[in-house]
Design a protein around this ligand. Sequence first.
Ligand code: ATP
Length: 220
Amino acid sequence: MLDVQNLNAFYGPAQALFDVSLQVAPGELVVLQGLNGAGKSTLLKSVMGLEVRTEGSIRYQVQDPVGSSTAGPVAIERWDTHRRARAGLGYVAEDRRLFTDLTVRENLRIAVRRDAAALEARALDLFPALKTMLERRAAQMSGGEQQMLAIARTLMTAPRILLLDEPCEGIAPVLVESIRDALLTLKQEGLGLLVAEQNQLLASRADRLVLLVAGKVRGS
Ligand code: ATP
């Protein structure tokens, strides 16, 4: 469970989020919507501890390595990004941040220390299209294929909550369907998903839509 309460976020003196509260439960798909500049990316970065200064509470139910939960949610808002990632928060940025000179397999393996073969098999089952291009460099893949690879790479860290920034933007409809189906499978397996996304193919499957307007959750 991810529990954000009264979050304010700042780039220097400029405030980008105002008193944002939201929760993502295990197995829940929450889709963040809003116009360009509304603060969707900023919210995801705030949860990961990236680039932006925050005030407010971010609590997370930390899991031990075999998946059973420890006592209760803990405050993570002072943790650095790596610690949040190790605790089970997985993030895919809007620009995907792949190593474009590396192959699909190298991108998948680069950050993983344990259980790489099993995690890779699982990620490739979710995105079978990647199986046919394991030795291809990321630079030679389409935007949609790169997006699948970016999500698959994040899955190699065995996250419990996935934060995705516009995974379907600019992607061919058939690949959007593949990404949607993979995300729905992960949801069924109990991952919590917080996804900034305008695409209706995904948004229509959300458990909850959260609309950001000028840095505030509409309706709160
Ligand atoms: P988009 O769909 O265009 O990515 P968004 O809803 O994700 O929009 P954010 O990127 O979170 O919106 O931007 C929220 C506000 O914060 C905007 O006013 C934006 O100009 C500002 N902002 C974002 N990144 C920075 C930054 N690195 N430095 C200063 N201001 C920023």
